[in-house]
Design a protein around this ligand. Structure first.
Ligand code: TXA
Ligand code: MG
Length: 301
């Protein structure tokens, strides 16, 4: 696919919105770094973010909304979260709060977690795109896995050219650093990632930064899980793929985008089934399959 670059204007936003509503990821500037945005309610669209980035693992993604009211439809805000949101939004603060059930957010966005990272960005391009699409946008930084975060459209182009349909060029980003992340999930707020805001005073001097990679932030099923299963034992719920039908299938057509989109829903389904163990059919280790297998291996240990 050829990647087009359009300068930020009404036409670019209209084209970006059209692509996003068709399930494609689009690169768009925020005040921190360029994000690769997709409809957070469309699991396959979000899977295409991972496909484009070539990211070998699933992380919970930040969901962008136009204002606090839209954020409160998706997450539960206690007084701590409300105070931080009112003080810093729109701006480079991400708040991790409990996810509302029935908010319509695809489970691949939160990687199956009961919490969600929400942010109201200040950049006019991201704001215009959010208002044009009318849905929340999941967006990690718009770079291929392993490269540094992009602060200009040509950084995105170097990293993701031919992998995404559109980059909206809004020039260099102001902040150049990913958003500060604070968890407000009950009790005192916790600083999860340092960023552009000097927020230590607000989240308490005892706040300990939790490196994202080390967060106990990964959903894992409560039951034992066996990999590379081509058939199920009597006490196993089998998640199939391709030729292995299973009790349910990640993708009977061996489509890795579909499989990634369904992964966390099916893990939850297997966990709440009446079988005591979970088995999963082999998934090829290519493209998105590497991220799927990374998640499954973690769930199996
Ligand atoms: O500035 C930014 O935040 C940029 C722009 C595009 O908005 N986005 C960004 O996204 O940096 P990403 O995907 O690169 O970083 C998301 C971080 C991850 O480290 C993840 O662990 C954390 O947010 N995160 C998201 N949801 C979370 C949750 N429910 N619990 C804990 N951590 C969460
Ligand atoms: Mg990143």
């Amino acid at each position: 696919m050829e990647t087009r670059v359009l300068p930020f204007d009404d036409d670019a936003i209209a084209e970006g919105a059209r692509l996003i509503l068709a399930g494609e990821p689009v690169a768009v500037p925020t005040e921190t770094v360029y994000g690769l945005a997709a409809d957070a309610t469309n699991a396959e669209a979000v899977a295409r973010i991972y496909e484009a980035k070539g990211r070998p693992s699933f992380n919970p993604l930040i969901v962008h909304v136009p204002d606090l009211a839209a954020a409160q439809v998706i997450g539960q805000f206690d007084d701590t979260a409300l105070t931080l949101a009112e003080r810093h939004w729109p701006g480079p603060l991400t708040l991790v709060v409990p996810l509302r059930e029935n908010a319509g957010i695809a489970s691949i966005v939160t990687a199956g977690l009961p919490t969600i990272g929400l942010r109201v960005p200040a950049h006019p391009a991201m704001q215009a795109l959010l208002r044009a699409v009318g849905c929340p946008l999941a967006a990690p930084s718009a770079n291929a896995s392993g490269s540094i975060s992009p602060t200009r459209a040509d950084h995105v182009m170097k990293s993701l050219s031919d992998r995404i349909p559109l980059i909206i060029d809004g020039g260099a980003t102001d902040r150049g650093l990913e958003s500060t992340i604070v968890a407000a999930t009950g009790g005192p707020p916790r600083l999860l990632r340092l960023g552009p805001l000097s927020i230590e005073a607000e989240v308490g001097s005892g706040a300990k930064i939790e490196a994202p990679g080390q967060l106990a932030s990964h959903y894992a099923p409560s039951k034992p899980l066996r990999l590379n299963a081509s058939s199920a034992a009597a006490d196993e719920f089998l998640i199939g793929f391709g030729d292995v039908p299973g009790d349910v299938s990640l993708s009977s057509s061996s489509d890795l985008v579909e499989a990634a989109a369904r992964l966390f829903d099916l893990l939850h389904q297997a966990d709440s089934s009446n079988k005591s163990r979970i088995a999963v059919a082999p998934v090829p280790d290519t493209g998105l399959g590497a991220a799927i297998n990374d998640r499954l291996r973690r769930a199996a240990t």
